[in-house]
Design a binder for this molecule. Structure first.
Ligand SMILES: Nc1ncnc2c1ncn2[C@@H]1O[C@H](COP(=O)(O)OP(=O)(O)OP(=O)(O)O)[C@@H](O)[C@H]1O
Length: 544
């Protein structure tokens, strides 16, 4: 039988920047910063056949969504070969639907993208609407939908366009039980037709009940691959081992694993400290022995060793790395699983107000225990504060990502003292001439569509995409940049600001929000917010 999907030594790397300002500095300045390359997936190989249902499991950040995006050909691999024989369709909560279009329009658009004729679209639209079952919302813009509704519509469209390969990324986790059962029935129908399904889920019971085989991803590598029973057993063993570690050991383990994702595994294989490997490895590793050790690699290993030594010293010889390994081996027999004490009921206050990040590079945690950092936020990033409990805010970002951060890191927008107003025309002397002479002309294009900016403005010299939703349009010698989010300009960035002038001091004195070090500030004018970044000598202008 011919494989439907083949992955051969596939890797996906990302360049990690310190923050949006670092990225801008790197893109536009001649002084290049040293940014890190991160392996989200490293050297992945497998084959999947017609009619198979493959579960993809792994803890947060292990590479599941990266894998689903590669499968759906939404992103290209950095290296290796992917061969896909058939039409793929990805269903994920935040992917594939255009937020500004209505449910109806999204149906038409997605069907057209799948190459369906107008006649076929007319035939299946009522079926999609019936399956999605979101009532009147079908004629509302998708941005007004709950995540459950998005998932319903996404699933309904995808299964009705009849793809050969269906990729379901956590999309069923937000639906209710009736919808979940309806989806399962549809997936069974798919299986019977001999179609291939990739099912990415945190729910082990869903994966077990539905999949034939599974791939367990762990820190960007295939930790186990094969029959569903075997893979789930190994994964669960790992989870119990990990849960039994003390919080400090968990942190240490994660740090070590992530450090490996920053350098080539080929290099690391030669000197990999076996003591931190998991006890149950079933996959075969390709050994490469003759790699030259580069300077960076030696530094990284030294750094790792220093970290380990420092940790062991601090803990007064708590455990050696070898001990940790033994501990893994003897998890079930010797380790006492720490029982959490009675959970303390925290009082939750509903906030639902917009806020600004008030320090640069604050940590966003995945849950209120603050164990896992999921991203870092830059000064002045706008967030929606949903609730507060125990001086911790639960916040939502523009891309619908949610997380927790300390209350002190966020200023609620309506609590910002907006009275210290200054005018934009009053600070033009600190901006480069190319902007100050015709600033009103440029300002008129904040909130304009990308298309309009490109049509109307001359001198576009560069276009830099940060991801599928966000890009920068660079004009002239790079001093005028429009930030585009989802096809619309959301901010105008001016580079080459004179930060030594008295006008800049007055700008910073009037800041209604400032970071502690005084490098970043937000200033309110009658119509705009101006965010200055002293380090990069930029101001970012947004409309209020
Ligand atoms: N565009 C990106 N730039 C930088 N790093 C990224 C990017 N996308 C993903 N990553 C990183 O790659 C790793 C794998 O991410 P991915 O979203 O694939 O994990 P996941 O297993 O789907 O996580 P989760 O279960 O939380 O959804 C993570 O460490 C993530 O931070």
């Amino acid at each position: 039988m011919k494989p439907k999907v083949i992955f051969r030594n596939v890797s996906k790397t990302y360049t990690l920047y310190g923050g949006k300002f670092d990225k801008l500095a790197d893109l536009f300045s001649s002084r290049k910063k040293k940014n890190k390359t991160f392996y989200a997936l490293n050297n992945i190989s497998f084959e999947v056949y017609e009619g198979e249902t493959i579960g993809i499991i792994g803890v947060n950040g292990s590479g599941k969504s990266t894998m689903s995006n590669l499968l759906a050909q939404v992103i290209p691999p950095t290296s290796g070969q992917i061969s896909i024989n058939g039409e793929t369709s990805l269903i994920a909560i935040s992917v594939g639907l255009n937020n500004n279009l209505t449910g109806f329009e999204n149906i038409e658009l997605k069907c057209l993208m799948h190459g369906l004729s107008q006649e076929k679209i007319e035939e299946i639209t009522p079926k999609i609407i019936e399956f999605a079952d979101i009532g009147e919302f079908i004629s509302q813009p998708v941005k007004n939908y709950s995540s459950g509704m998005k998932s319903r519509l996404g699933f309904a469209i995808s299964v009705h366009t009849d793809p050969d390969i269906l990729i379901i990324d956590e999309a069923l986790s937000v639906g209710d039980e009736t919808f979940y059962e309806k989806c399962l029935a549809k997936m069974e129908e798919f299986k019977k037709k001999g179609k291939t399904i990739f099912f990415i889920s945190h729910s082990i019971s869903q994966v077990r009940s539905f999949c034939d085989r599974a791939i367990w991803l762990h820190h960007g590598k295939v930790q186990s691959y094969g029959g569903i029973g075997k893979v789930i057993r190994e994964y669960k063993e790992f989870i119990s081992w990990h849960k039994a570690l003390a919080p400090e050991e968990q942190k240490m383990y994660k740090k070590e694993m992530m450090a490996k994702q920053f350098i080539s595994f080929d290099k690391i294989n030669n000197v990999e400290n076996e003591s931190v490997q998991l006890h149950s490895r079933s996959m075969t590793k390709k050994k490469k022995n003759s790699e030259k050790q580069g300077k960076n690699f030696i530094l990284s290993v030294l750094f790792l060793c220093m970290l380990v030594s420092a940790y062991m010293l601090l803990q007064g010889g708590l455990h050696s790395v070898a001990d940790t390994s033994k501990k893994i081996e003897n998890t079930k027999n010797n380790l006492e699983v720490k029982k959490s004490s009675q959970p303390i009921q925290k009082e939750v206050r509903i906030i639902n107000r917009e806020g600004y990040v008030r320090e640069n590079k604050i940590e966003l945690f995945s849950d209120s225990n603050k164990k896992k950092v999921i991203s870092s936020l830059d000064f002045s990033e706008k967030v929606m504060v949903e609730e507060e409990a125990d001086q911790l805010y639960k916040i939502r970002l523009d891309n619908d990502k949610e997380g927790y951060t300390d209350q002190k890191n966020i200023s609620l927008l309506d609590s910002i003292d907006d009275t210290k107003k200054i005018t934009l025309s009053g600070i033009l002397s600190i901006t480069p001439e190319v902007f100050s002479k015709t600033y009103q002309f440029y300002l008129a294009y904040i909130n304009a569509s990308e298309e309009k900016i490109k049509n109307d403005l001359r001198g576009l010299t560069n276009e830099i995409a940060e991801n599928s939703n966000k890009k920068f349009l660079v004009f002239g010698n790079g001093q005028i940049i429009f930030q585009i989010n989802n096809g619309e300009s959301t901010a105008l960035i001016i580079k080459g600001i004179d930060t030594n002038s008295p006008e800049f001091s007055s700008l910073s004195e009037n800041a209604v929000l400032k970071d502690q070090e005084g490098n970043f500030g937000l200033v309110a004018t009658e119509q705009n917010y101006i965010i200055y970044n002293k380090l990069d000598q930029t101001i970012t202008i947004e409309t209020k």
